[in-house]
Design a protein around this ligand. Structure first.
Ligand code: FES
Ligand code: FES
Length: 216
């Protein structure tokens, strides 16, 4: 369960855009969702209206349209759902992982309008109209992308849990900088943690992909 008492990482980290497209910060996001919890708790302590408060929370839904890996989707979502919940639970795109669920590990990284974002900290409604790319969108016609192949060739995954997020951040890097140095890769991937500590192999894989022509 998310621990809201601990501070999150700096929102100025250049490797991942923590801000949603409509300029609402993670603090705003947490405060907004926290308000719903507090309202329900207050109703409970007063002994009135708990069912109605919960029903009100459940009934806040919005229709959104977004493109995921080149496929258009129109769906109705709870306003509280995060983007990663919609990707995994509504669209069955389970390649995107949930690690910390609080903007710390990068396992949930996807590209939104070409920029890496933590999809655990983006509300699905913020993705209305967006072009989203997940790890499932990297391979083309059954062929791994050069970056994916470089991960295989350089033993980039160990347990593999962080790999989808690493791949998406590295894909964004290679689009902007097709031949990054090891130092540039390390800097770009600073927001993607690897509990297996396989960082050297991951950096080598991204550098190798650059040497072989980039991410596409
Ligand atoms: S699951 Fe999103 S940053 Fe960890
Ligand atoms: S390969 Fe296991 S967490 Fe990175």
């Amino acid at each position: 369960m998310r621990d809201k008492s601990k501070p999150g990482p700096s929102e100025t980290d250049s490797s991942v855009n923590y801000l949603d497209p409509k300029a609402q910060s993670r603090r705003d996001f947490l405060e907004g969702t926290g308000a719903a919890v507090v309202a329900t708790a207050a109703a409970s302590s007063l002994g009135v209206g708990v069912a109605s408060a919960q029903e009100s929370s459940r009934s806040a839904r919005s229709a959104i349209s977004l493109t995921v890996n080149g496929v258009d989707h129109s769906l109705e979502v709870d306003d509280r759902w995060t983007l990663v919940e919609v990707l995994r639970d509504q669209l069955d795109l389970t390649g995107t992982k949930i690690g910390c669920n609080r903007s710390e590990c990068g396992a949930c990284t996807v590209l939104m309008n070409g920029q890496p974002v933590y999809s655990c900290s983006q509300l699905a409604v913020w993705a209305d109209g967006a072009d989203v790319r997940t790890v499932e969108g990297l391979a083309l016609n059954g062929q791994l992308s050069p970056l994916q192949q470089a991960f295989v060739d350089n033993n980039g995954p160990q347990c593999g849990f962080c790999t989808p997020g690493q791949l998406m951040t590295a894909t964004a890097l290679l689009q902007d900088n097709p031949s990054p140095t090891a130092a540039e890769v390390q800097s770009a991937l600073v927001g993607n943690l690897c509990r297996c500590s396989n960082y050297n192999a991951i950096v080598e894989a991204v550098v190798a992909a650059g040497d072989q022509g980039g991410a596409a």
